[in-house]
Design a protein around this ligand. Structure first.
Ligand SMILES: NC(=O)c1ccc[n+]([C@@H]2O[C@H](COP(=O)([O-])OP(=O)(O)OC[C@H]3O[C@@H](n4cnc5c(N)ncnc54)[C@H](OP(=O)(O)O)[C@@H]3O)[C@@H](O)[C@H]2O)c1
Length: 240
């Protein structure tokens, strides 16, 4: 494996941790970030215990200065960025007449604004990787709710539809510089985020975090001549 590095948000558990595990196993140097230091530290210890090169940096994705600090820590440690995984996200359900402003803002900031800021702050490193090997990759965790917006999860759905739209725009804007973007759009994945649904859908019937990690590996295995703009993950019987 040539020198490669990845930055993963929301990497302390769930889908982000599964992607970090896969990239670490494939030889990427990793920066893991999430909000709560204790969970993040445990995740980093788990991966470094496997011999992967890992650094952790706790940050709240709703804070621009913290995002800049994460990127600077990554730049100082590794000096390059080949894969950016915009995974950290939150969902808060509410009826249209009940949305609390703080939860609207939180979902917009963490799910959408942070992704836009992370592109901006890492673009110099992504462009350098794109110029070097033609396959710098940004992985954006959208959701099936971004393709088929859901009642009561309306704000979440709108942020995820925006993630899909931004991914399309980034491909149009940056493919020429060797930077590809993919929007991953899963249905229920067996993580903490879906605990609310586990009375009606058994965890083993949900998409597994490793399924998402396998898709990231697939995307990264392709030549520079192909871009995968979007992957939809449905459970059997599910339709858009
Ligand atoms: N699970 C699903 O069914 C599903 C389906 C479709 C899409 N997705 C998307 O996939 C992504 C990962 O979901 P998941 O199921 O793995 O969620 P999860 O298990 O709840 O993990 C969320 C991760 O994001 C971090 N995070 C949350 N708020 C943050 C903030 N303000 N600042 C920094 N980090 C923050 C969490 O760290 P802390 O705990 O430290 O905050 C954690 O590492 C999300 O974008 C989600 O919307 C999930």
């Amino acid at each position: 494996m040539p020198d490669r590095a990845a930055l993963i948000t929301g990497a302390s558990r769930g889908i982000g941790l599964a992607i970090a595990q896969a990239l670490g196993a494939d030889g990427y140097k990793l920066t893991l970030t999430a909000r709560k230091p204790a969970t993040l530290e445990a995740a980093a210890a788990q991966l470094s215990g496997k011999g992967y090169e890992v650094q952790q940096f706790a940050a709240n994705l709703n804070d621009e200065d913290s995002i800049k600090a994460v990127v600077n820590a990554h730049r100082e440690a590794y000096g390059r960025l080949d894969v950016l995984v915009n995974n950290g996200g939150v969902g808060v359900g509410a009826a249209a007449h009940e949305h609390q402003t703080k939860f609207i803002d939180m979902q917009l900031d963490v799910n959408l604004r942070a992704m836009i800021l992370l592109y901006r702050e890492t673009l110099d490193m992504l462009k350098a990787a794109g110029a070097e090997h033609g396959s710098a990759q940004v992985v954006n965790l959208a959701s099936i709710a971004g393709k088929n917006p859901q009642p009561w999860l309306s704000v979440y759905s709108a942020t995820k539809a925006a993630v899909v739209a931004y991914t399309v725009a980034m491909n149009k804007e940056l493919n020429g510089e060797g930077i590809k973007s993919v929007a991953l759009c899963p249905g229920f994945v067996d993580t903490d985020m879906t605990d609310f649904a586990k009375d009606s859908v058994a965890p083993e019937d949900m998409i597994q975090p490793d399924d998402i990690a396998s898709a990231v590996r697939f995307v990264l295995s392709l030549s520079k001549a192909v871009v995968i703009p979007e992957i939809i993950f449905q459970r059997p019987g599910e339709t858009l």
